[in-house]
Ligand binder design. Structure first.
Ligand code: ASP
Length: 304
């Protein structure tokens, strides 16, 4: 049996001290869910989905319930998933009324001929596929309503500031796994940036920017200022760097961040895992919620 491994992120930003513990607990639950799948011999795709669903359901994170509210007062969600064995991928963007967008992204990958569905079309596909729908209210939390009200009265707020200069939450979630067959999968899910323009789509549902997986090299998921991540095609850039550095995920994530800063002055964090099940994590925000587990460890590590 090859080495199985799982790495997660739960957002890269200036997580305030009182939110550190909820993040750690949330990451622990999420890694336990994904690890259980891998340990039983389940697929990397199932593990990625299981971990992300736990984080989408936990309102600590900006994904699923607890997501940011856009400038129009609505929650629009983005998610993507990729199978490194087949290069198939599925994603949804600016979708409403879906409780677990990662599950919907997986259905796009497996039950349609397409890669990316947006808005109304994505919601309609969810209904057809019997993916759990919900009301906007089910996704809203008091914390986000308060944040939204405050932001409506701050005309100078820029989404970019969310990741470093201010304590504004980001909290996108993501996972990368390798299973016992050596298959690699990656996924990412988010509510985007706070007070984003209605219809705004970030990096998370863009294959190559927020998510990428290639069994021959490794997988990546990103979190951070999405516009910058898109401009440097961050996830694929890190996979390419891994290939260039003999599969070294630490070197690749660190160099990827340097590219992000040098070329587009970006902020955020990135998780990576290679075909040997080795893990790399790098971020240039004050904190990043992250967790990992592999066959060489006695128990999962969750750090914030
Ligand atoms: N990357 C996400 C976006 O820009 C936000 C985040 O990672 O927190 O939509």
């Amino acid at each position: 049996m090859g080495k199985i491994a799982l790495v997660l992120h739960g957002g890269a930003w200036d997580i305030p001290p009182d939110l550190v513990e909820p993040h750690r607990t949330g990451m622990q639950k999420a890694i336990a869910a994904g690890w259980k799948v891998l340990q039983k011999g389940g697929s990397a795709l199932d593990a990625v989905e299981a971990s992300i669903v736990v984080m989408e359901d936990d309102d600590t994170f900006n994904a699923g319930r607890g997501s940011f509210i856009n400038a129009g007062g609505e929650v629009e969600l983005d998610a993507s998933i990729m199978n490194g064995a087949t290069f198939r991928a599925g994603a949804v963007a600016a979708v409403q009324n879906v409780r677990n967008p990662i599950t919907l992204a997986r259905r796009v990958m497996e039950k349609s001929e397409n890669v990316l569905l947006v808005g109304m079309g994505a919601s309609r596909f969810a209904r057809e596929q019997k993916v759990k729908l919900c009301s906007q209210d089910d996704l809203l939390t008091l914390r986000e309503l308060d944040r939204w009200r405050t932001m409506q009265s701050d005309p100078h707020f820029k989404p970019k500031d969310a990741f470093r200069k201010k304590r504004t939450a980001s909290d996108t979630v993501g996972a990368v796994a390798i299973d016992k067959k050596g298959n690699i999968a990656s996924g990412t899910s988010t509510g985007g940036t706070p007070n984003k323009l209605p219809g705004r789509v970030g990096d998370s549902p863009i294959i190559g920017a927020g998510t990428y997986a290639d069994n021959g090299i490794g997988g990546v998921s990103t979190s951070g200022w999405g516009e910058a991540m898109i401009r440097v095609v961050m996830a694929k850039t890190v996979v390419d760097l891994m290939e260039r550095h003999g599969g070294d995920p630490e070197k690749a994530t660190q160099e990827g961040l340097k590219v992000l800063v040098r070329k587009v002055d970006g902020y955020g964090g990135v998780i990576a895992l290679n075909a040997r099940g080795e893990i790399g994590i790098a971020f240039n925000t004050p904190r990043m919620a992250r967790a990992f587990m592999h066959t060489g460890l006695r128990e999962a590590v969750a750090l914030v």
